[in-house]
Write a protein that binds this ligand. Structure first.
Ligand SMILES: *[C@@H]1O[C@H](CO)[C@@H](O)[C@H](O)[C@H]1NC(C)=O
Ligand SMILES: *[C@@H]1O[C@H](CO)[C@@H](O)[C@H](O)[C@H]1NC(C)=O
Length: 348
């Protein structure tokens, strides 16, 4: 009897400890697992109120007729994403420099943060400067600079006698990057491109020069160079480092059970639920593998799955350019959520 009682109380202690552990763990709720829900309080700002939207992303100006796509909120399964408080953000980051580094998906993300911050200030005193690869928007009253550094591959491209050489093991721009307070890196879109989209003629690694190589292998090597740079050069006590995950395109309807569809035109709703039938792209897995080799703290803005669900959030034909774009994202729109996730990581 007594033995039985002891066993029972042991069981209760075990249950208690388990519940305690679960409660503590749910504090660190996974913000990236969830689904899109309708919310009338969105978008975070009026599409016509932001003077910084480039024509590639200005779906409102270029005639997109539907607005439902602006009204979705990312709802994590086990908690809520904090609402973006621009005032608080600007106060906390007074005197600091935030830099997005990468291709046009960095541009897309950077413009969103600038718009979100701009919308919250009644009489913003803002300057915009472009020097070489850098564009800086500075909120003078708060001394906060939100910058963009254009770099397609992160690693260097050098013009030599033989042509443009992509140097897989060199990152010269890092000397500028490491002076920032927050860094948000991204690269992927351009690694697979061929023909006129390919921005190099040769690939160099060490003393070896190649005409071409497996693009996934090249991406992995380039990203490893970046990872080693973070570990050796960045003072993460001063600088917070993010990697913006792989942004998906929507050109193949088979991916969302709409075979025969070859772009995102006319898509007005997200995919329901929390999974995308084809699963995660291989590049996402490479990003995870490379990040796991870095010993310093680097935060993955893991936007891939939540963006895969947003076949409705691309500009499609509503841009100032004569193209069908199912790669970038309308502003306002999805990239505001990416910045809400950045906000959640920086402010909590
Ligand atoms: C904007 O900021 C600059 C630099 O601090 C200052 O000289 C200027 O008077 C400000 N303009 C307004 C309208 O507040
Ligand atoms: C779309 O995806 C399916 C399944 O992965 C593939 O079989 C098909 O070839 C793709 N279509 C195009 C046009 O790429």
């Amino acid at each position: 009897m007594g033995f039985g009682f002891e066993r029972t109380s042991f069981l209760w202690v075990a249950v208690f400890v388990l519940v305690l552990v679960l409660c503590v763990c749910s504090d660190g709720c996974d913000l990236y697992e969830g689904s899109w829900v309708y919310d009338d309080l969105y978008p975070l700002y009026d599409p016509s109120s932001c003077p910084f939207i480039r024509k590639e992303f200005d779906c409102h100006k270029y005639g997109r007729p539907d607005t439902m796509f602006l009204k979705y909120k990312w709802q994590p399964a086990d908690c809520d994403l904090p609402r973006f408080n621009s005032e608080e953000f600007l106060r906390r980051y007074k005197g600091k420099k935030i830099m997005y580094i990468g291709d046009s998906l960095s541009l897309n993300n950077w413009q969103s943060l600038v718009c979100v911050l701009h919308a919250s200030i009644s009489q913003p005193n803002i300057t915009v400067h472009t020097i070489d690869s850098i564009t800086a928007v500075t909120f003078l009253d708060y001394e906060v600079s939100v910058m963009l550094f254009h770099s397609l591959y992160l690693v260097d491209i050098e013009v030599k006698e033989i042509g443009r050489v992509m140097k897989l093991d060199s990152i010269k721009n890092g000397d500028i990057w490491k002076t920032m307070d927050v860094l948000i890196f991204n690269t992927w879109q351009w690694w697979g491109r061929r023909g006129t989209g390919q921005q190099w003629d040769y690939i160099q690694e060490g003393n070896m020069v190649y005409k071409d190589m497996d693009r996934m292998v090249a991406f992995q090597k380039g990203l490893m160079t970046w990872a080693k740079w973070v570990d050796s050069a960045v003072d993460t006590a001063k600088t917070t480092v993010f990697f913006q995950g792989i942004s998906p395109s929507h050109y193949n309807g088979t991916d969302w059970n709409d075979p025969g569809v070859t772009n995102c035109f006319g898509q007005m709703e997200p995919i329901r639920g929390s999974t995308y039938p084809p699963g995660l792209p291989r590049a996402h897995i490479i990003v995870n593998e490379v990040l796991s080799t870095i010993s310093k703290p680097v935060y993955l803005l893991d936007v891939t799955t939540l963006s895969q669900l947003r076949k409705d959030a691309h500009p499609s034909k509503y841009t100032g350019l004569n193209v069908m774009d199912c790669t970038h994202w309308c502003i306002p729109g999805l990239t505001d959520t990416w910045n809400q996730l950045l906000y959640a990581a920086l402010m909590t």
